[in-house]
Design a protein around this ligand. Sequence first.
Ligand SMILES: [Zn+2]
Length: 421
Amino acid sequence: MIEPLTRLPDGTIKQVNPFTGTKVWTLPGRAARPLGIARPDPKPLDPAEHERHCAFCWGRMIETTPEIARVVRDGSSWREVRGLVAEQLHDTVPELRLFPNLFEILSYDYWHLAHGYEPTPESLAHRTAYLSTPAGRAHVTALARIRMRSRGAAGAEAEPLDEDDLEREAVGLFAGNHQVVVSRRHFVDGATNDAQNAGAGTLTPEEHWQYTRFTIAGVRDLYRSNPHARYVSAFQNWLRPAGASFDHLHKQLVAIDEPGVDLERETERVRAEPDLFARWGPEYAETQGLVVARTPTAMAFAGIGHQYPSLVVYTSNTSCRPWELSDDEVRDFSDLVHACHAATGADVPTNEEWHHGPPSLDLPVPLRVVLKWRVSTLAGFEGGTKIYVNTIDPWAVRERTVSRLRQLAADGLVSDRLDIP
Ligand SMILES: [Zn+2]
């Protein structure tokens, strides 16, 4: 085992990711600068555009694919609603929505032709019901045309759309294995200008917990509905510099038919060393003074050996799949992820990457999140050497996060269940 952190005489810090082997150097003398994107000229918000700022806003639900499920809030209680038809979309206000991505990474055709994948009975029934109403039929027809146009398919402009074309596109639309979870707000409540985006850290801890639960349920359902899914990748790109299509909080869930390179490497290692994650995750972070905060069953700390300065959150339960965790364990995890976002700030572009053990893997792999601050641009040096250069070392990440977190805790903006060292 190579030592994950080495400090050289001149102050250079060499990091090696203990799980993936990724090498990162932090060079001294690159002074910390503000991390957030500069918005010198925020524009006032137009009240007429309220809840209609982008295609993920709930005022424009007809621009996304037919919804699979939503979470609705009644005071202090939250409930899931599934299988709505188009005419019912505005009967309730969705706090969270789950729907297929219009342009998926792996299409229905890919799964169907490569693996014989068939839509579930629930998905088929929803498709039939959705197409049986005038608004639903118009909605799916419009989306079918967009998909056909994007492929340059003949017949996209036919009036009316050919019945076979509609049917074929509808199958893929309702049986998508690449889904999106969208949070309600585009801007924070009471926002007056367009720099006040509602990032994950601006949710309340309870809202973030529901967001996390709903995401975990979506991951579980993708495994259940597609027996050929070897892994479900879950991630959140925040702000355009981090790859987001819209500056509106959302996660993506993508089923794939391979475990992915990181998990393949980790699987070999954890087979030989079953306490791998605890030992080189939370325990090593503790010995190096990198802990940011704890809850009873989870820990947040500054990450080692990631392409960008990172915070990571681990659940301590390594024997359960994410959807087998108790409500308290999910809350412990969510509170820390929320706190990391709040401390990072909504003006910093980030990638939140989820890692977990898939159902087919009988090894102790905990649910964990890596939150990467996209504050530098990879260049030729990285491409040529596969050594990444960072400007902020893990201790500086930890220092910055903890000092902000203490202030947020004093202001009551993060969970009161956090233990901040
Ligand atoms: Zn929006």
